[in-house]
Ligand binder design. Structure first.
Ligand SMILES: [Zn+2]
Length: 111
């Protein structure tokens, strides 16, 4: 039973990877037809994620993300990690977990 609780806990940790979002102002100067300079600011929203593969925090521009993926139901993998390889590895891990029985005496560190 303990094995199952630990496995479930680990899955939860891996799912909560969308940490927060913040806005950053960027300044721009635009020159008008008359040669006058106009300063203006733009707000950009960024999202902070934790990579599901290497646990590094990384930032992504919100506008470049698919809004459907801005939830903790998805895995997020940073640019340094291979998302496809991660997904494959994840699938193998799942399969291992589901084939274990409650009476299994495999040490937790081998999961
Ligand atoms: Zn990573």
């Amino acid at each position: 039973m303990i094995v199952f609780i630990v496995v479930f806990y680990n899955l939860n940790v891996n799912i909560v990877m969308f940490l927060k979002e913040f806005t950053k102002q960027t300044r721009h100067v635009r020159r008008s037809k008359l040669g006058k300079e106009h300063a203006y600011t733009r707000d950009k929203t960024y999202c902070v994620f934790k990579c599901d593969a290497c646990n590094q925090e990384f930032i992504r521009e919100r506008g470049k993300m698919n809004p459907a993926r801005l939830s903790n139901n998805y895995f997020h993998v940073c640019e340094n990690c291979d998302a496809k390889r991660f997904a494959q590895k994840r699938g193998v891990e799942r399969r291992k977990v589901w084939t274990l029985t409650a009476s299994s005496n495999i040490p937790i560190s081998k999961l």
